[in-house]
Design a protein around this ligand. Structure first.
Ligand SMILES: CC(C)(COP(=O)(O)OP(=O)(O)OC[C@H]1O[C@@H](n2cnc3c(N)ncnc32)[C@H](O)[C@@H]1OP(=O)(O)O)[C@@H](O)C(=O)NCCC(=O)NCCS
Length: 189
């Protein structure tokens, strides 16, 4: 697949490039990010370089994962990353700590979903999963329209190869632009 550029009211989503390696490295030092994702720990500049220069272009070319950097509209700074894990039918994301709590990830997920559900793809649903306890991820997913599905082991293993307890959600095309009541998300209510 060819990398795309997506626009939301406050953000531009475009593929990470070499100039982003420093920002990816810096953001991936964050403890919450390391706890709730499978990035290598410790996270090195070589890891950031391999992610930007090898993993991202390879995954786009294969069409298995579409990784986009979140940038401010009118700016180029990498704030976070969102991805359509196309082969799995799922989303993945992280936001740099200085940019959290402004609704940016929910906005990026809405923009990504509109593209995924667009006419060029034959997709009706996207899955979300998080390690149990990841309230921030659950809130961002709910704010983007995901519906609560339930508890169960994560499909993706953690960095120890274990499938830890997880939380699961789903966004269907008809849910775009709507938010499920908080009471339906037992881990948030
Ligand atoms: C989860 C994460 C991506 C959220 O990014 P963000 O840009 O702060 O999210 P938003 O500002 O769009 O927040 C959306 C909602 O989540 C809430 N939220 C965000 N982070 C939160 C946190 N750490 N704890 C509790 N609530 C949180 C916001 O208040 C908002 O809630 P509301 O819609 O009820 O007002 C970010 O905290 C992060 O990168 N965490 C570490 C990595 C991670 O967990 N990635 C996801 C793996 S599944």
């Amino acid at each position: 697949m060819k990398p795309v550029v997506l626009r939301t009211p406050r953000l531009v989503l475009s593929t990470p490039v070499a100039a982003d390696i420093g920002a990816v490295y810096a953001h991936c030092q964050d403890r919450d990010l390391q706890q709730f994702t499978t990035v290598p720990v410790p996270y090195t500049v070589a890891d950031a370089r391999a992610f930007v220069e090898e993993f991202v272009p390879q995954q786009w070319a294969l069409g298995t994962e579409c990784v986009l950097a979140l940038r401010p509209a009118g700016g180029s700074e990498l704030m976070g990353v969102v991805s359509w894990q196309r082969a799995r039918g799922a989303v993945g994301y992280w936001m740099g700590a200085p940019f959290r709590g402004h609704g940016y990830m929910a906005e990026a997920l809405r923009g990504l979903s509109e593209w995924v559900f667009g006419p060029e793809h034959d997709v009706d649903a996207l899955r979300w999963e998080a390690f149990a306890g990841n309230l921030g991820s659950a809130r961002a997913a709910r704010a983007a329209g995901f519906r609560w599905v339930g508890h169960g082991p994560c499909q993706l293993p953690n960095r120890d190869g274990v499938h830890p307890p997880g939380w699961h959600g789903e966004l269907r095309r008809e849910h775009l632009g709507t938010v499920e009541a908080l009471e339906r998300w037992p881990v948030l209510a």
